[in-house]
Design a protein around this ligand. Sequence first.
Ligand SMILES: NC(=O)c1ccc[n+]([C@@H]2O[C@H](COP(=O)([O-])OP(=O)(O)OC[C@H]3O[C@@H](n4cnc5c(N)ncnc54)[C@H](O)[C@@H]3O)[C@@H](O)[C@H]2O)c1
Length: 418
Amino acid sequence: MTNMSKDLVNVIGLGYIGLPTAMMMASHGVSVVGTDYNQDLVNSLQAGHLTFQEDGLEELFAQALQGGIQFSNSYSTDADIYIVSVPTPYDKLSKRIDPHYVVAAVKQVLDVCRKGAIVVVESTVSPGTIDRFVRPLVAEHGLKVGEDVHLVHAPERIIPGNMVYELLHNSRTIGADSREVGERVKAVYASFCQGDIEVTDIRTAEMTKVVENTYRDINIAFANELLKICYSDGMDVNEIIRIANKHPRVNILTPGPGVGGHCISVDPWFLVGDYPELAHLIRQARVINDSMPDFVLERVSHIMKENGLSDFKRVGFYGLTYKENVDDVRESPTLQLVETMKEHLAGTPKSYDPMVHTQVVDNQYQDFDAFLKDIDLMVIMVHHDHLDQCASKVQDKVIFDTRNCAVNWPESNKIVKL
Ligand SMILES: NC(=O)c1ccc[n+]([C@@H]2O[C@H](COP(=O)([O-])OP(=O)(O)OC[C@H]3O[C@@H](n4cnc5c(N)ncnc54)[C@H](O)[C@@H]3O)[C@@H](O)[C@H]2O)c1
């Protein structure tokens, strides 16, 4: 695809979303500067080293470098379009969005941008965030929205583990105050995006993104609640879901040990925080999914008793990330469970994750063989491909398989399903 846009783009925030987005644009003919305030991260990219692992990212990086991408610690003074892709956590007490990263980044853009610049908030935000927190910043800078600066929201839908493919193929949403500005931003994304690009207003775009992740959270919570009901009364939830899904209009998801990551476990809280009197189902889904690590721990205690194991120090958790084949540990169920164990049980449990090479918790092994040697019960929290490749190494263990993946494993193991 060729780039029809002549705009210079400054992507602010080179994390899991900003970096691949910047590289995708640069590799499709867009002039791109990527900015992050983390100097180590910028140094690393300038030296040609990626900052996280992801399928196809090395190739994309090479193409982006060929396309002339630049990395910097400071904001561009002559960009036409700024794309802000910084974190949007929620306040743990009020459950509302904590917009301080977005506010700080937009302020810095407004300090340097030229007249007529477009500021695109790509970070996920709750409906009304741009009106409440971003629009007033423009006035504070003595500028006018729609004249001196234009505001746009262009949320991202990609899934870690398949980011490069999804950047190319997912459809996306652009919210803008005017059709003309929306179309200009659309032209930049259309340089690489082969999916439909809907142009709408900002509030609709904000709400649509949060609704998408909330929909996923509720569906996962339904599967997890079914699991608890079935377990309490000796029914096989997986068999029940398999048969129920034969119904032409039923598609129940797979239960699991909890929901983590920066999106599904966070964004539904925005709606709970902003609409506490209305968001009952949404709140309950969050509560159910957040209860799953504790459910896993209760099951671990029972499995230990049933198998005559008494030493928590001989229990090991496989997988620290929030999903398979990525290195992102944010809000992961295993980390939630480790916190509970630290507080109430026998200290930090043993863990191993082939994707995580930094030490994120105590008693985390970097060697799978050493990990296996020191445990009797292995709890599978994440189904990395590594596990399938190394299954033959696992012998004489009790396996608590929360991912339903230990199929055809060595017979010397005793497998217990979630
Ligand atoms: N990770 C996902 O799977 C995913 C998917 C869709 C949407 N999102 C949304 O995208 C946004 C970004 O998420 P992420 O996972 O890429 O976060 P991240 O933490 O991986 O990256 C954010 C980057 O922004 C930088 N940063 C923060 N403030 C800055 C500032 N003022 N100036 C310059 N750099 C700054 C940080 O140093 C960091 O490198 C969030 O709103 C998130 O909800 C994430």
